[in-house]
Ligand binder design. Structure first.
Ligand code: G6Q
Length: 548
């Protein structure tokens, strides 16, 4: 167990040494602090110097990772061992972006040629949509692409298409429909011309309720608008592992892009699930994104306990278990990363929101940090108050691009300055003395100063990481996503949990199935607890009253 490891005991003893330490003093007394804690991968810089750590802390954390067998688990993942043992699956999203030419075997079969085949198929298809040779049923060029999927079959492409807007086709508008809320598909279809719309239906299983419901509506809409079943062939493609279900839905398997059970949903944007990204930014851009992820894979594999992802994971372990942190804020100072926190929520919380160890025992410690965030500077005018002066201890990651595609009037510098000022403020805080002098300088009398002083103090000493990169291009995005993937993996190894299954989503799905049937039948609903019976019945009644 994690808490029995010698390094854990060492960390427990070491923690006491931090009780009266302030980061502002560490920076004052150690001019080399930044140099030691700011690795780079090419131009991507990770500054983790504003953390409550010393060399000794890091040494203990890294020893903990060794004692928890992070290096061996890392190799097991890269080599295709079935580390997702509850689903009897290998975990090989890394193979989707490997170009070493080295074979990787799953059940005795080298998977690398199949990966290359699908990439070639994606290139032919995306080129034809982008250069206008792929035409709709009535001969018109495609102007709008609607991706229909949910969870792992939606969040990656949706996040990446927004992130890479500067690299996207000016001729194509991308739309993402995921929710079973009819407004999502309805609002999207309302604005589209069927003749020039292409639907990409993405579902690993091709059985997912939301995706199939939305795809059915889209199909019906298209056939009605174009007046022919034949139109489906030119307006629908599918990404799935389930050919039979794709065929049954009425999509020609020639228009199907496959992937494999060794690609987890939330790790699948590197597979054909990334088709919307590839259509939007082109296949060269997509391959550049894969190359970025590969950079991070190689970096991580070469040093599974000292690399950037491992460091971020170990810092999170340090804060969650020794500083009582419950959540982690992700604060991109990059509007294009607007969906990045949501993407990371799935990656981190679905992967590590587990309560039993690999051996099936209930864990004796917390797992799975709560990830949340919003782009800066919007967040500054909303929830940062709590980060600066609230009672919670919330470590944060700042993400910042040095350049922008829109260099208006120094705005990028304003953005960058705000980003750096926030991590500086969180770290430095403002002492009572500093606050008092400021109030005095403003000419306030003693009574007023006494009243305001406690409210003007910032404790500081609040840790953060900053990821700084030149521009958010496909390669940078690939690096960033893979960084967090491997961070999540290292956390899971330390917690001794399986990061690659998601049984926790099953129960709600099953209960929804029953309620869908009951709501559809319109008969009195009595078979649940009183709350659920009432909610369902009242909802039926309100719905009837409206339609009546
Ligand atoms: C991700 C999860 C989940 C999954 C969706 C969609 O890791 O497994 O978010 O991606 O439930 O599933 P399908 O791709 O099978 O439709």
């Amino acid at each position: 167990m994690l808490t029995d490891l010698p390094a854990w005991k060492g960390l427990q003893a070491h923690r006491a040494a931090w009780n009266n330490v302030h980061l502002r003093d560490l920076f004052k007394t150690d001019p080399k602090r930044f140099d030691r804690y700011s690795p780079r991968l090419d131009e991507l810089l990770l500054d983790y110097s504003k953390n409550l750590i010393s060399d000794e802390t890091l040494a203990l954390l890294r020893r903990l990772a060794v004692e928890a067998n992070v290096p061996a688990w890392t190799e097991a993942m890269f080599k295709g061992e079935k580390i997702n043992f509850t689903e009897n699956r290998a975990v090989l999203h890394v193979a989707l972006r490997s170009d070493s030419g080295k074979p990787v075997f799953v059940d005795g079969q080298n998977i690398i040629p199949a990966v290359a085949d699908v990439l070639s198929q994606m290139r032919v298809f995306t080129d034809s949509v982008r250069n206008g040779s792929w035409r709709g049923h009535s001969g018109k060029v495609i102007s709008d692409v609607v991706s229909i999927g949910i969870g792992g079959s939606d969040l990656g492409p949706a996040m990446a298409c927004r992130a890479l807007k500067s690299y996207g086709s000016k001729q194509l508008s991308m739309h993402f429909v995921s929710n079973v809320d009819p407004n999502h598909i309805g609002d999207t279809l309302d604005d589209l011309n069927a003749e020039t719309t292409l639907f990409i239906i993405s579902s690993k299983t091709f059985t997912t309720l939301e995706t199939l419901a939305n795809a059915k509506i889209a199909r019906r809409w298209l056939v009605e608008k174009l007046g022919s079943e034949q139109a489906v062939a030119k307006h629908f493609v599918a990404v799935s592992t389930n050919e039979a279900a794709v065929r049954a839905f009425g999509i020609d398997p020639a228009n199907m892009f496959i992937f494999w059970d060794w690609v987890g949903g939330r790790y699948s944007m590197w597979s054909a699930i990334g088709l919307p990204i590839a259509v939007y930014i082109g296949m060269d851009g997509f391959e550049s994104m894969l190359a970025g992820a590969r950079d991070m894979d190689e970096h991580f594999r070469s040093d599974p306990v000292g690399s950037m992802p491992a460091t971020l994971a170990l810092l999170s372990i340090w804060y969650q278990h020794f500083w009582d942190a419950h959540s982690h804020a992700v604060l991109p100072y990059d509007q294009h990363l607007g969906r990045f926190p949501a993407y990371l929520q799935q990656l981190c919380m679905e992967s590590n929101g587990k309560r039993v160890t690999r051996q099936g025992e209930v864990v004796s410690h917390a797992t799975g940090e709560i990830v949340w965030g919003e782009p800066g500077t919007n967040g500054q005018h909303a929830f940062y108050q709590l980060l600066h002066q609230g009672t919670r201890f919330i470590p944060a990651d700042f993400l910042l691009a040095a350049t922008t595609a829109h260099p208006y009037d120094g705005m990028q510098q304003m953005l960058a300055a705000n980003c750096m000022a926030q991590s500086e403020a969180l770290m430095l805080g403002k002492t009572e003395e500093e606050a008092r002098s400021e109030l005095k300088a403003e000419g306030l009398d003693d009574d007023k100063i006494r009243l305001l002083l406690p409210h003007k103090v910032f404790p500081g000493n609040r840790p953060s990481n900053t990821l700084l990169y030149r521009e958010l291009n496909p390669r940078t995005l690939g690096r960033l996503v893979a960084l967090y993937e491997h961070k999540t993996f290292v956390q899971s190894v330390l917690w001794n949990i399986n990061a690659f299954d998601q049984w926790g989503v099953e129960l709600g799905k099953k209960l929804a199935g029953t309620l869908i049937r009951e709501l559809g039948e319109g008969t009195p609903i009595t078979g649940h607890d009183a709350s659920t019976n009432w909610l369902a019945s009242y909802c039926q009644r309100l719905g009837r009253d409206k339609s009546g």
